[in-house]
Design a protein around this ligand. Structure first.
Ligand SMILES: *Cc1c(COP(=O)(O)O)cnc(C)c1O
Length: 407
């Protein structure tokens, strides 16, 4: 096929897979993004939960600059001391005994899925390769992770779905029990669904799922790509329930803007992942490890996590007030910590556009949810500012609702 001539817009050379807002940013400062024309937006998207420390955090900037001047990449043919250090820190802070570093969330999930399958193969049960997942799940956009997520809109047109995933209704523990069979390897889920619409499993459900795993010799595989790294006010969301998984995928916030993910596993769950079983050219390179260590310096700190909990509480209270003030727009408040938002009564895309008009950035999620993912360093004043923008946007949306449809 011939190229269309005369296309000068640089955006036209990009595969048009995204419905982008017509906004481009040049700089970021903390919770703020500044456009090429100097307009300031309060960033409650944070690169979709990536910018845990906000924009241009001096500690992270310094770590990346210093490392870039010394050494960016060597490959995994050689030892990477900063990676050994980050892995040790992550295992000291969690249930895990070992870590595999990746460049993205989907790759962290791929490693988690492979680790779970390999565990059973190494235990003499290669037939146990299936994972039970929940409806509304989002685990990434690779062929295996779209199959795990099970959402038709992401599977459509990409050939047969990768086998090995059995989906049950969200949080339906009876359905989980019914789905367990001789080929089941484990249960894979997000403690708090992000893209799926901010639904969370209760601590009691988490404990029951853990008990089911123990009873049936299954691995609990958590996807904390979005809800982990401090976002719920604990370092990892599962900590609220007091249980621990066998395998966990993380990414997004752990890099603070540098592409970084990781798959964490207990020694037992990871026993099949011996030399040669998995790999990545970039995964865990010195530059990524400098970023990950710098993020952890800040986030893995009880005072910092207490700040996240405080801001979460304030945000939640103010959102509940907004629901009372604007019942025609806000149906119910959802989510945990700084992974929060509301189900809207008008199209969520209209709400997000109206918020953008008030210079507040938010992102859509399933079930017509408006999702807020502020950087974890957000201040009380910034939460209050965001609520004033939300208040103004809701008032405008209400005014539009009462106008005749022809307008
Ligand atoms: C974003 C996300 C992923 C995929 O991460 P990528 O870095 O986009 O590959 C997986 N799981 C969850 C819960 C996510 O939010």
């Amino acid at each position: 096929m011939a190229k269309a001539h005369g296309e000068t817009n640089t955006a036209s050379a990009m595969m048009p897979t995204y419905a982008r807002a017509d906004l481009a940013f040049e700089r970021g400062e903390g919770a703020w993004l500044i456009t090429t024309t100097g307009e300031r937006y309060l960033d409650f998207v944070a690169g979709v939960a990536v910018m845990s420390l906000g924009h241009s955090h001096p500690h992270l900037v310094e770590a990346i600059k210093t490392q870039a001047e010394k050494l960016c990449h060597t490959s995994n043919l050689f030892r990477i001391p900063a990676g050994e250090r980050l892995a040790k820190r992550l295992t000291d802070l969690t249930f895990a005994d070992m870590v595999f570093f990746t460049n993205s969330g989907a790759e962290a999930l791929e490693c988690a899925i492979k680790t779970a399958r390999k565990y059973h193969a190494a235990s003499g049960h290669p037939e146990r390769y299936r994972l039970i997942t929940f409806e509304g799940a989002f685990h990434g956009r690779t062929l295996a992770t779209i199959a795990a997520g099970g959402q038709q809109k992401y599977l459509e047109g990409f050939g047969p779905a990768t086998p090995g995933f059995d989906q049950v209704p969200f949080g339906d523990l009876e359905a989980v029990k019914a789905a367990i069979g001789p080929e089941t390897a484990g249960i894979l889920f997000e403690p708090v669904q992000g893209e799926g619409g901010l639904r969370s499993l209760s601590p009691a459900d988490m404990r029951e799922l853990r008990a089911l795993c123990d009873e049936h010799g299954l691995l609990m595989v958590l996807d904390e790509v979005q809800c982990g790294t401090g976002r719920t006010g604990k370092l990892f969301a599962h900590e609220w329930s007091g249980i621990t998984p066998d395998i966990m995928a993380i990414a997004k916030g752990i890099g603070g803007g540098f592409p970084l993910g990781a798959c964490l596993a207990t020694a037992e769950a990871g026993k099949g992942m011996v030399a040669g079983t998995h790999g990545s050219t970039y995964g865990g390179n010195p530059l990524a490890m400098a970023a990950g260590n710098a993020v952890l310096d800040i986030v893995a700190n009880e005072e910092f996590l207490a700040h996240v909990r405080q801001m979460s509480l304030l945000f939640r209270q103010r959102l509940a007030e907004m629901k009372d003030r604007h019942p025609a727009i806000i149906e119910d408040v959802r989510g945990e910590g700084l992974l929060t938002g509301f189900k809207a009564r008008v199209p969520n895309t209209d709400v997000i556009a109206a918020l953008r008009g008030e210079h507040l950035l938010a992102v859509a999620a399933g079930h017509n949810v408006v999702r807020f993912l502020p950087p974890l360093i957000i201040s009380e004043a910034e939460v209050q500012m965001a609520m004033r923008s939300l208040d103004a946007a809701c008032s405008k949306l209400e005014a539009a609702l009462t106008k005749p449809a022809a307008e």
